[in-house]
Design a binder for this molecule. Sequence first.
Ligand code: GCB
Length: 591
Amino acid sequence: MQASSLMAPTQNIYGRNHVSLDGRWSYIIDPYENGYYDYRHTPFDQSESGKGGFYDDRKPKDRTEWVEYDFDRAPTLTVPGDWNSQAEKLQLYEGTVWLRQAFQADPKPGKHYALYFGAVNYEAHVYLNGKKLGMHKGGFTPFQFDVTDKLAKGRNVVVVKADNTRHQDEIPTVNTDWWNYGGITRDVLLAELPATYIADYKVQLAKGDAHRIEGFIQMAGDAKAQQVTVAIPEAGIRTTVRTDANGRAALNVPVDKLVYWSPEQPKLYTVELSGGGDKVVDRIGFRTIETRGRDILLNGKSVFLRGISLHEENPLIPGRPRGPGDMRMLLQWAKEMNCNYVRLAHYPHSEEMIRLADEMGLMVWAEVPVYWTISWTNPDTYANAHAQLTDLVTRDKNRASVVVWSVGNETPVSAPRNAFMGNLAKTAHALDDTRLVTAALEIHRKGSDITVEDPLADLLDLASFNEYAGWYWASNAEMLNYRFDVRYDKPVVISEFGAEALAGYHADADTRWSEEYQDTLYRNQFRMLSAIPGLRGMTPWVLVDFRSPRRQHPYFQDFWNRKGLISNGGQKKRAFWTLKQYYDDVQRRYE
Ligand code: GCB
């Protein structure tokens, strides 16, 4: 077994000197994992030579040699992009696909090189020039390999074995309500870093303190003890710190007269960090977010989170977004509805998405795919969830838009689950004390009384829960009889409610699947929810219809969850305008 070259992803990789390895990658579908195991089912890469797998990208030396695969004659897939949307025979495929890309490099002495993947769903084995770099699990978080000394001058070949098979003990588990898109779904970059470089940094306002920037600098490479300067020229800020032998320095800078980031004015500053021969530039916003009793305070002012939930899916493909244009379309739809907030469900969305939210002025709820019935007692499963949460917080900690970390969705209360989720909540707080931490909880119904009571709630900053009054239980006519009892002196931010409607299907308000049914449900929800004293926001389910294998109705669904306010064709349903109207009214009340 070879050692792994995995290294912590570099902060702001897009801001580094890099080449993109996106584009057309050759692929081989390998349902029996023929390119990974020999006929005794022993992995080739665990043999003495490490040879024999498809990652060798072998060619017959002459016409007499036997080789049963050929990347050069294989079809291609676009990266970034899921495979399901790119080839008919892959639409429902779950298993292994090999992807290969060749590129030119000219490595220079004294530089570090990193091979970065924005995300591969779910398990990725990565090989460079026939040698294994390592393995990564988790379909929505970035990972990176140190390829210094491994790059060839001239032609290089990277091969990825991507496997999206679902497993009970993984994160997420086997059962979800979204499409299990496989492949290299985000960017692949080869970055060049100086001998000593700025590996990570946090530059944010201190918890609840609008007049102090707090954070850290982490250097890596040859000489970690360095003078590092942090400058925000537009704000007249310039400070120098000295990193210790481990490359670490704390940052603590008093500030006045900042223009604070908000949805109304999403001000981003150019922040320059330089030291040890490295320089990196970022665009960072500054704001505070905190709760006081039942209020959410953004920059000290009470706000209502006018939100919507969304998946990272472009319904027009349909598939995972292929670039920032797709993402902008989704967030622009949310803006059109007068949202100031989005719930990026149910897994970490791409870094580009969060950066767009920063730029467009949308507060963000960011989440890890701890969803439904996870294997609560398996320590490996916990370690995986912990790693995904850590990677999410590490990646997005400088984004002003992110105001909430969510540690999971609709997880059923039990002692092992409480311990698992409780540890995740504590981890999120420990990694980042400047943002709110929550989870989408479940409700309990007895007659017409609904209670929200969960032992986990004590560790959370918001009371957030999903409730499907009028859809999975009670009818449109009955739902107004229900009363909520939220037993926490915390802001209530409803994480989901909704109803399915097939765009263009019109009937009366009692007819399921009609736009009228969905519209009436939204109106009734607003009346029902307005009786909750601490109501400070919501993210109805969901912005756009999305693909889901669970959704089997042949006419109304056909593998689409139809709870979107916009159809898969981009058509706005009635409830879109109803929610917009409601948000317009709420906004006036909060001004
Ligand atoms: C939920 C889940 C969400 C589903 C939704 C639904 O509670 O959190 O992922 O898609 O309900 O449509 O049933």
